[in-house]
Design a protein around this ligand. Structure first.
Ligand code: NAD
Ligand code: ZN
Length: 351
């Protein structure tokens, strides 16, 4: 088969590789019908994720058709159209049973890390992919849900909802600010209304992203390039700050922005993946009764979000900006890697 193979920092190619096969009785092999590129894949290509070794097939998002299942797979059968969760989890270890499958202890190569696809084992940017713990890591697609809607459920919609909205404890009437309106920030914006947010303020440097944010549910947009960005945000509240500030970039500066705009008693939900230490000004924050949360997505809400997508209750159409054939994945990487120029948000590759 063909697959997008990582050959070390800055090096990737669409190579002929052996087809994956069933290894464990709990595996499935899935024909990838639609996949996409995540910002994390760009981090890997920069060499920021040293646990990804040369020869690894990238990709942790995908929708496909099951072509083989192991002897102990019960819920999934050959021919099923499925969503592939970015988290592979056994369902029975102590972390899986306590609601944190992102730390599944059974995952091969790295007990305690649920994100293995396109990281520690071969991923979804390929014609076929082997999925461990198929019963728990695949979700059958109902009729009427298109691949490009379902694809957002592999990672970004659960990430925005679980780590932004749920960890941020959004409640009815809240004003929620989301710093960073990339795919993940937009997923926070698209799902914050589920818990009754009254105002959803998108904050980004890119006007195009602020426009997109309004299309998926932001009530206001603030360009943080403006010197008075903070005053603009506070003026949308009673002056004391937002109830929930979500960090969806992954830099010290944007985390700091969240702590500046959150009101006493409020929540800062960090979604961004940080590569550098972040200073935490506890000497100022302790007295404000702030909650700070963070985490790796569990995708435990994938099934619930799928029901909403199936009923067209979430604005998922706006996320896909570019489409390619799977064979043209290298060109898709170019487009996605130059998002500021191409205005790419989610690039889709279809078989
Ligand atoms: P992205 O790079 O596509 O988007 C980031 C956005 O932040 C861009 O629109 C950019 O213009 C904006 N931005 C950058 N600097 C800014 C600033 N100073 N002020 C305001 N906006 C600024 O990223 P993404 O794919 O949307 O992912 C967002 C973060 O979420 C990343 O760090 C990613 O690694 C992380 N992530 C976390 C999880 C998890 O489980 N916690 C899962 C997936 C992704
Ligand atoms: Zn487990």
């Amino acid at each position: 088969m063909k697959a997008l193979v990582y050959h070390g920092p800055e090096k990737k190619s669409w190579d002929e590789v052996p087809d994956p096969t069933l290894v464990d009785a709990t595996d499935a092999v899935v024909q990838v019908d639609t996949t996409t590129i995540c910002g994390t894949d760009l981090h890997i290509l920069k060499g920021d994720v040293p646990t990804v070794t040369e020869g690894r097939i990238l990709g942790h998002e995908g929708v496909g058709t099951v072509v083989a299942v192991g002897s102990s797979v019960r819920n999934i059968t050959v021919g099923d159209r499925v969503i592939i969760s970015c988290i592979s989890s056994c369902g029975v270890c102590t972390y899986c049973r306590s609601g944190n499958p992102s730390h599944c202890l059974a995952d091969e190569g790295a007990p305690g890390i649920g994100w293995i696809l396109g990281h520690l084992i071969d991923g979804t940017q390929a014609e076929l992919v082997r999925i461990p713990f198929a019963d728990n890591s695949l979700y059958r697609l109902p009729e009427g849900v298109a691949d490009d809607e379902a694809l957002l459920l592999s990672d970004i919609l659960p990430t925005g909802f679980e780590i932004g909205v749920q960890y941020g404890r959004v409640k009815p009437g809240d004003t929620v600010a989301v710093v960073g309106a990339g795919p993940v920030g937009l997923a926070v914006i698209a799902t914050a209304g589920l818990y009754g947010a009254a105002q959803i303020v998108a904050i980004d440097l890119d006007e195009n992203r602020l426009d997109l944010a309004k299309q998926v549910g932001a009530t206001q947009g603030v360009n943080s390039g403006a010197s008075d960005w903070k005053e603009q945000v506070l003026s949308l509240t009673d002056g004391y700050g937002v109830d929930v500030a979500v960090e969806a970039v992954g830099t010290p500066a944007t985390f700091d922005m969240c702590t500046q705009i959150v009101r006493p008693g409020g929540n800062v939900a960090n979604v961004g993946v940080h590569g550098k230490p972040v200073q935490l000004d506890l000497q100022e924050l302790w007295i404000k009764n702030i909650n700070i949360s963070m985490g790796l997505v569990n995708t435990t809400t994938l099934g619930m979000l799928l029901k909403l997508v199936a009923q067209h209750k979430l604005p998922v159409q706006q996320f896909v900006t570019h489409r390619f054939a799977l064979d043209d994945i290298v060109a898709a990487y170019e487009t996605f890697g130059n998002a500021a120029q191409t205005h790419a948000l989610k690039v889709l590759m279809t078989r």
